[in-house]
Ligand binder design. Structure first.
Ligand code: NAD
Ligand code: LMR
Length: 330
């Protein structure tokens, strides 16, 4: 029997990530080749016309899995019945702007969207926040959706994860699929910590295979952590296709499960694991089983890692305290 369509709401649909994302969702890459989707696009009123243009192009692709497109400028309507919510719409960081500056600008968007999700989402709703500062925007949305299990609110560090895979593969002259168990800890920001101490390269410990602490400290970690800024510098705009790709990877794995013998990186509400204060939306190594994320437990954290995880978590606490002060969360 044919599956019922899944309602996928995408905010910021007329933006550059939206443009890279929507066609891949409609072609079946988000949920799988046997799952029809209904797209519900949310934009601000000034950008609705542009979203309509994108919808025309989606029509023109005649995607067999695309069961409908609706466009809204009202979050309550856009999130009504939503199964998968991709919160992309936000103000992107531009040259010279620090992510901290974005807290106030974006905080106001995610409270009302959390309320709208709380009011109208389907019981199985899954939320991925891409718009920056993603972890704290997810925290704000989650705080406004008290009826939805907190763990359904995630923020995206999959792009950082993929960047780390690619940098390590280049260093060791292997393919990205030869690498398993990469981890991004903490915030989707320059304080994030890409950890190779548990990663494996063709079954061998990655840190041992690299055997070069200087490269790890002075090249690998900063390259991954500052890649977003490097892309902005080079392109004059923040990453779009790679961000859309990571969003696809994140939701696909969440719904369909992560491969055996591997894990991925997901920012999700902490249960206190690895000393990360409960409730902070921080990146962890995670597997998806039966449609739910589970934090990988029992990893030994060495001193090198501990200090870097703690620094990123401290930044998340500061962001949380700042949005609390602004009255965006309790
Ligand atoms: P963009 O400016 O091209 O598009 C953003 C879109 O969001 C615009 O069309 C705008 O009209 C819309 N928008 C703004 N407020 C909205 C609201 N309240 N409701 C609905 N739509 C709204 O930006 P982009 O390049 O697509 O990036 C989007 C966000 O993703 C930025 O915050 C960017 O920093 C972030 N980002 C995150 C990652 C990550 O790895 N987590 C990676 C890249 C970019
Ligand atoms: C990225 O990692 O590419 C983006 O989050 C950068 C940004 O600040 O928009």
């Amino acid at each position: 029997m044919a599956k019922a369509p899944v309602n996928v709401t995408v905010t910021g649909a007329a933006g550059q990530i939206g443009y890279a994302l929507l066609f891949r969702i409609a072609s079946g890459q988000l949920l799988g080749a046997d799952t029809p989707v209904k797209l519900r696009l949310l934009e601000i009123p000034q950008a609705v016309k542009a979203a309509e243009g994108t919808a025309m192009e989606l029509d023109d692709c005649a995607f067999p899995l695309l069961a409908g497109i609706d466009i809204f400028d009202d979050p309550r309507k856009a999130f009504d019945g939503v199964n998968v919510a991709l919160l992309v719409g936000a103000r992107p960081r531009t040259k010279g702007m620090e992510r901290g500056d974005l807290l106030e600008a974006n905080g106001g968007i995610f409270g009302p969207q959390g309320e709208a999700i709380n009011a109208g989402a389907a019981d199985d709703v899954r939320v991925l926040v891409v718009g920056n500062p993603a972890n704290t925007n997810a925290l704000i949305a989650q705080a406004h959706a008290p009826d939805i299990p907190a763990e359904r609110f995630t923020a995206m560090t999959r792009l950082d994860h993929n960047r780390a895979l690619s940098q390590l593969a280049a260093k060791l002259n292997v393919g990205v699929s030869d690498i398993k168990k990469m981890t991004i800890w903490g915030n989707h920001s320059a304080t994030q910590y890409p950890d190779i101490f548990h990663a494996e390269v063709n079954g061998r410990n990655a840190a041992e295979a690299v055997n070069d602490e200087e490269w790890l400290r002075d090249t690998f970690i900063p390259t991954v952590a500052k890649r977003g800024a490097a892309i902005i510098e080079a392109r004059g705009a923040s990453s779009a296709a790679s961000a859309a790709n990571a969003a696809i990877d994140h939701v696909y794995d969440w719904v369909n499960g992560t491969p055996e013998g591997d894990w991925t990186s997901v920012a999700l509400p902490s249960d206190g694991s690895y000393g990360v204060p409960e409730g902070l939306i921080s990146s962890f190594p995670a597997v998806s089983r039966n449609g739910s994320w589970e934090i990988v437990q029992g990893l030994e954290i060495n001193e090198f890692s501990r200090e870097r995880i703690d620094a990123s978590v401290r930044e998340l606490e500061e962001e949380r305290d700042a949005v609390r002060k602004l009255g965006l969360i309790k």
